[in-house]
Design a protein around this ligand. Sequence first.
Ligand code: ADP
Ligand code: MG
Length: 206
Amino acid sequence: MAIVITVAQQKGGTGKTTLAANLGAALAADRRVALLDIDPQRSLTRWSGLRPAKMPRLDLSEAAGWRLGAELDRLKSTHDVVVIDSPPQIDTDARLAIRGADIVLIPVQPSPPDLWAAEGTLKLAAAEKRRCAVVLNRLPAAGRLRESVIAQLRESGHALLNATIGNRTGFASAFAAGMGVTEAAPRSIAANELRALLAEILELAG
Ligand SMILES: Nc1ncnc2c1ncn2[C@@H]1O[C@H](COP(=O)(O)OP(=O)(O)O)[C@@H](O)[C@H]1O
Ligand SMILES: [Mg+2]
């Protein structure tokens, strides 16, 4: 049965689509991967449309409303991993995507609004008894903000991943080419961070 990774966070601009695309691309090297875009903005769908034909295959699907549950079941039966990118609000579709997840990945940038927005997603995942993991995105290498955000997350008892992602321009340039950082710049720091994130997620979802 497939592993379902749902990337969710009520706030926009935290890195959901970037991480969904990059995790999908990294996984596609050796697995059958489906991406399910349930965000009406369809950024992941547009990214997938840019993907060069020579890159490992990634099946992209869009679904909403009453079709979503059946579409997720279909993708699970035909793939090893399904990565779901969700909208910046918890609507019925996002709820279903969380319910169907083996792991809910919550990207948080080190700033109070991101932390506050994560609370709602964490609560919902807990109510649905889903395993969730917070990943710090665009994290500065050092500084007071970094330390205080990490301390706050630890204190609240939420599953904070060891893997973190820095603020790397490579994410935008790979995205613009329909690729992940592990494909566009496999030896970059961004690619190393992404691989570490993926390994940790797979271990948790295992
Ligand atoms: N780690 C990162 N380093 C640099 N830029 C990033 C990083 N993560 C996301 N971004 C940029 O931040 C913006 C918002 O990211 P996006 O993935 O679209 O967020 P969301 O899907 O949560 O709205 C995009 O321009 C993206 O390129
Ligand atoms: Mg998005």
